[in-house]
Every structure is written in structure tokens, then in C-alpha cells.
Design a protein around this ligand. Structure first.
Ligand SMILES: Cc1ncc(COP(=O)(O)O)c(C=O)c1O
Length: 384
């Protein structure tokens, strides 16, 4: 079977189709499905970008591994905000969104017959990029009773001498679960004993109310020695999903290898976007972040209240901009979410879309407008 044939079907396209059909039939659809911020990028960043676009200095090919100014800003930001000491030249790399970095990471080390360990449930790219590199993604379960953290006894059974990489994602999409220091310490030890590269997808690290970030893997590891790499993204942090700007930081070998793969694939991110990112991670960072994150606590409260009315169990977490909740009764997540669209015109995401470990759960995204959140909550709360 060819590599493309091994890619699993994309469940979310079925949801998109059902939504399009409902809209075509005149249903007033409320979409609480997608995790893409409804609000614009902060005005201050748009202004920096507008000035940069007008400057011919930014019109040529960007520096291959990213603008030195941005990589220095990243190292300074990681130091000040996350207590991480890294060298901007050898330990940072600019990405065209963290999805691109995740997509290319297995190519750095996975050969035919090698495997990676990936979470079930999880963001689908880890498995797909492993397949495209010719490897075998082996899934481990994230269970509610373990706080959606992996079980080390399962990891021990799965890992062998051909395991090249473990992918994790904390704070976690879709569950909102977070990893603490003790967990990261155990994970780093587990990987270093077996010579496995440890990847944390940290796209949601800053998506938490109150301005205090979640714990970075790089804070716990020694990124000059431990073979770890963390992928950060400005997408969710600053409502910049369309801009395509993210970065990797970690062990020089892992970062360098990813840079080598990318040299054959792309020519970097538009320098004006990088200039804006450097500004965003500088002195203005905390104010900008507060502005972006301020909307989510109230939206979460409104949705949680509706789910409580329905008698639905919610996984308790303030992290990410998702609410992760249990499907009531014995209905499958697909049937339940299908009925939500049919009966109350509301799009919510079935847990199965994140892997079989997500069955029995559904996800609500808080990135719809305040009006849509209020209307969706009303419909859910009154749904019989
Ligand atoms: C868990 C997770 N990782 C990575 C990404 C990709 O983000 P981006 O490529 O915009 O940085 C997403 C996007 O939805 C995500 O949910």
C-alpha cells in the first residue's frame, strides 16, 4: 500500500458537509466546532505588519532558519517567561505554523520500519506525518481516569529499539489536560533511557486565563542535553491562525535536523510576519496576551452552565479554548453530534474525530462570537 493510501479518512470533512447541507436548507447554524479564534489579531500587531509590508527590506527571501532578530526575541521570551536558557542560533527555528513543523519532524529520523508513539486521542498530524515518512505510528491511550496523560506501563510495552519519537501535546487539544513537572520529569527519563526523541506540541501553552502560562517541557528538561523539542505557535496566542508563524525550540540536533529538512522544502516565512512576531514576543507581550485571552473565561462559564443544565459531565480545566464533555447515555459521539446539528442547528465536534480514545466525548470550541456562544448555550441548555 502506498503512503498516501495509508492516510486515514478525515472525519471533520463529513461534519463540514453536514453543516453545509444544513445551511443550504436554511438552518440558522451555530458553529461551536472549529478551533479558530473569531476575533481579529490585535490592532498593534496589524500596525507593525502594515509598516513592515511597506518596507522593501522585507520583500526578499527570508533568512532560511528565520530572522536573527526574531530568534533572539524567542530566546529572550523563553528565558523571561518560561525560565528556559537556549541559544537562538542553534536551538530555535522559525516554522510556517506548528503544523508544518509537526508535519516534517518524522522525516528527520524515521526510516522505513521505524515507529513513533502518538496519543489516541490527539491532533491527527502526528500519525499522518509518521505515515508520510514511511514509519508506523503506534497509539497509546489518553484516559479520563489518568487526567488524559499517558500510562507509562503502556508506553513501555509499545516502545522498542525502532521507536524514534514520542509526540505529546500539553496543554492538550481537545481535552484541556495539562502536564505537571513530575510528569515531564518521568517522561524525559523514559525517553532518555531509550534514546527516543520527545516532542511537545505546545500550541496552547499560553491559552489559559489570568496571564500565567502552563509549564513548558523546556523548563523541566535541559534542552542542551535532553533530546527534546517543543513547538510553539503564535496562532492561538495572538489570534494569528491565518498568518502562519510558529517556532521550534529545543536540543540543537533535533532543531538542526528539522532545519535541514525544511531547507529542501520551503524558503521560510515572509519577513514582515517575522518582524511582527518579534514585536509580539517583546515588551508588549503580556498586554497583548491579556487582550486576547480576556474573552474565554466568560464564554467557558456560559457553556459550562448550559452543559450542567443538560446534566453533562465536563472535564475540568481552564486551559485551551475548548470544553471537553462526556456524551450523555450510551449514544456514540457521532450520533450525538449529528443530532445536535439536526435538532438544534448547533455544530459540536465528536470525540471520535480525535481517535478512538475520544469516543464517548465531544468538544465545544470557545472561539465563536459571544453571540454564537450565548445562542449555542441557550440551544444546548433547552435541548431535550
Ligand atoms: C494541537 C494542535 N497543534 C498544532 C496546531 C497547528 O497550529 P498552527 O499550525 O496554526 O501553529 C493545532 C491547530 O489547530 C492544534 O490544535
Amino acid at each position: 500500500m502506498g503512503r498516501l493510501d495509508k492516510l486515514p479518512p478525515y472525519l471533520f470533512s463529513a461534519i463540514d458537509k453536514a453543516k453545509a447541507a444544513a445551511l443550504a436548507a436554511g438552518v440558522d447554524v451555530v458553529d461551536l466546532g472549529i478551533g479558530d479564534p473569531d476575533r481579529p489579531t490585535p490592532q498593534a500587531l496589524v500596525e507593525v505588519m502594515a509598516a513592515a509590508v511597506a518596507d522593501p527590506a522585507f520583500h526578499r527571501y527570508p533568512a532560511q532558519r528565520g530572522m536573527p532578530r526574531l530568534r533572539q526575541a524567542i530566546a529572550a521570551w523563553l528565558g523571561a517567561r518560561h525560565g528556559v536558557d537556549i541559544d537562538p542560533d542553534t536551538q530555535t527555528l522559525i516554522l510556517i505554523g506548528s503544523k508544518e513543523g509537526l508535519g516534517h519532524l518524522p522525516t528527520t529520523c524515521v526510516e522505513e520500519g521505524d515507529n513513533t508513539l502518538i496519543p489516541d486521542l490527539g491532533y491527527p498530524v502526528y500519525g499522518q506525518s509518521t505515515l508520510l515518512a514511511g514509519g508506523d505510528p503506534r497509539t497509546f491511550r489518553l484516559k479520563a481516569e489518568n487526567g488524559f496523560l499517558p500510562d507509562f506501563s503502556e508506553l513501555k510495552q509499545l516502545a522498542d529499539e525502532r521507536t524514534k519519537m514520542i509526540f505529546l501535546n500539553y496543554p492538550n487539544n481537545p481535552t484541556g489536560a495539562t502536564a505537571d513537572r513530575k510528569f515531564w520529569q518521568e517522561m524525559i527519563a523514559f525517553c532518555s533511557e531509550r534514546n527516543i526523541r520527545l516532542v511537545n506540541d505546545a500550541a496552547y501553552l499560553e491559552v489559559i486565563p489570568g496571564g500565567k502560562a502552563a509549564l513548558s517541557l523546556l523548563n523541566v528538561a535541559n534542552p542542551s542535553q535532553d533530546r527534546v523539542i517543543e513547538l510553539h505557535s503564535l496562532s492561538k496566542m495572538f489570534n494569528m491562525t491565518g498568518w502562519r508563524i510558529a517556532f521550534a525550540a529545543g536540543h540543537p540536533e533535533l532543531v538542526g535536523d528539522l532545519g535541514r529538512v525544511k531547507e529542501s522544502m520551503d524558503s521560510g516565512v515572509f519577513s514582515a510576519v517575522q518582524e511582527t512576531a518579534a514585536f509580539a514576543l517583546g515588551d508588549a507581550f503580556e498586554d497583548l496576551l491579556q487582550e486576547v485571552m480576556a474573552v474565554y473565561p466568560e464564554r467557558r462559564r456560559i457553556i459550562n452552565q448550559a452543559l450542567e443544565k443538560m446534566g453533562v459531565e465536563v472535564f475540568p480545566s481552564p486551559s485551551t479554548f475548548y470544553v471537553w464533555a462526556r456524551v450523555p447515555g450510551n449514544e456514540s459521539s457521532i450520533d450525538f453530534c449529528g443530532r445536535a446539528l439536526k435538532e438544534i442547528g448547533t455544530v459540536i465536534t465528536p470525540g471520535l474525530g480525535f481517535g478512538s480514545g475520544g469516543e464517548g466525548w465531544f468538544r465545544i470550541s470557545l472561539t465563536a462570537s459571544d453571540e454564537a456562544i450565548a445562542e449555542g448555550a441557550r440551544r444546548l441548555g433547552e435541548w431535550k
